[in-house]
Every structure is written in structure tokens, then in C-alpha cells.
Design a binder for this molecule. Structure first.
Ligand SMILES: [Mn+2]
Length: 221
């Protein structure tokens, strides 16, 4: 656990990711909270990097969106989904990444298909969205909607119940904040890299964070 780091929503920000990794110990084990793709300009490179290095990753709502809509967009030219058509959803950039690399797309979709919805290592519980309210239901089949649930109201993310109740600390992304959000039994590490802020890694054991400012190459100016 000492040499493991959890990394927040990368959203295609490949150069920022590499810059952040340079600050981590060599041979650090990485765990991603999902949303590797969309919005930033290099989703394909980010996914390939995580896959090739056999790092762990939970599925985010953007992997789910990509999985659901990219084939329609590329093979049928159907760009009617919000993911493919609306700038804020960020699918356009991902389509551009893969349109001339269909072999890799197929491999990446197979990889995405196998991503877990949560990862538990000792008393750390890693999910895409705030997962603590669903901890006791984590084994249920239909947990997708639970673990990618968006929390708009930050007062909802409070010390959910005390540490003794769950005996886990939830590390998650999905809701971006300008700084890491810390509670007694959770930490949100999505620091809005794709919006020009920064990407955050957190040491799984000590919960110390390491940050890297967004590389301007990664985002649409
Ligand atoms: Mn996200």
C-alpha cells in the first residue's frame, strides 16, 4: 500500500499525467478512479498507457459513455448522442482520437468492458463517484448507477457515518473541486485537470497528495 497512488479523473490529459507520474516514486503502483477519457485531447494515449502498464482502474461514467456511443458514432456516423455532439460531454475529442485507429479502439473497448466498479485494498475503498453510501450494497449486480452517481450538493458529502461503521476510507473522483476535498472517511481527488486546473495523486497509505498543473497541450484552448 505504501508505494501505491490513486489518481483522479485524467480525462485525456496525457501530458499532465506523465508529468505527475515523474513526481511519484519509480515503480509506483497506480490506481485510477476512472474517467480516463473524454474532454481532454489524448484519451487514446491515456487508456493505452494505463492498459499497457497494467495499472488498476475503476470504470467511470465516461468509460461507460464511450462504451455505449463510440461504435454508433464511428461505424454508423450517428452523432446524435449528447456524448458525441455536446462539447461539455467531451466525446468529440475521443472520436477524433480513434477514428483512424479502429484496431486499438476494439482492444480498448474490451479492456473497458472488464473494469471493476470498485476496488478495495485493506481499508481503502476506491470508486468513481462518492461510494460510501453504497458500501454495504457494493456486491449487488446493478451497482453501476450507484458508483457513478453525481453529487451536486457538496453538503451531501459529509462524514457519512463514522469510520467504525464502515472501517473504510473512500477515495473517489467524479465531482471536481479546485482543491482535494477531505473528510474523516473520504477524499475526493478530482481537481478538474481537464478544465485547466490540476491532476492529483494520493498516496494510498498516508493520504498525502501530489499535484500537477494541467499541461496546456492537453486541453482545447
Ligand atoms: Mn470526471
Amino acid at each position: 500500500m505504501k508505494n501505491s497512488f490513486v489518481i483522479g479523473d485524467v480525462h485525456g490529459c496525457y501530458h499532465t499525467l506523465l508529468n505527475l507520474i515523474k513526481k511519484l516514486p519509480k515503480k509506483a503502483k497506480l490506481i485510477f478512479v476512472g474517467d480516463l477519457c473524454d474532454k481532454g485531447l489524448f484519451s487514446k494515449d491515456v487508456i493505452e498507457y494505463v492498459k499497457q502498464n497494467k495499472h488498476l482502474c475503476v470504470k467511470g461514467n465516461h468509460e461507460y459513455l464511450m462504451q455505449t456511443y463510440i461504435k454508433k458514432a464511428i461505424f454508423e456516423g450517428d452523432l446524435s448522442s449528447k456524448w458525441a455532439s455536446r462539447r461539455g460531454w467531451g466525446g468529440k475529442q475521443t472520436i477524433t482520437n480513434y477514428i483512424n485507429d479502429l484496431k486499438l479502439l476494439k482492444k480498448h473497448l474490451e479492456w473497458i468492458d472488464k473494469l471493476p466498479l470498485y476496488i478495495e485494498i485493506e481499508d481503502r475503498f476506491i470508486t468513481h463517484g462518492f461510494g460510501l453510501p453504497y458500501y454495504k450494497r457494493k456486491h449487488l449486480k446493478d451497482t453501476h448507477s450507484l458508483f457513478v452517481n453525481r453529487i451536486h450538493d457538496t453538503t451531501f458529502i459529509k462524514d457519512w457515518e463514522d469510520f467504525k461503521t464502515y472501517r473504510v476510507i473512500n477515495i473517489f473522483g467524479h465531482c471536481n473541486f479546485s482543491e482535494v476535498l477531505r473528510g474523516k472517511n473520504y477524499t475526493c481527488i478530482d481537481t478538474g485537470c481537464c478544465y485547466g486546473n490540476k491532476l492529483t495523486a494520493i498516496n494510498l497509505k498516508t493520504l498525502e497528495t501530489i499535484e500537477e498543473k494541467t499541461d496546456p497541450k492537453d486541453i482545447i484552448p
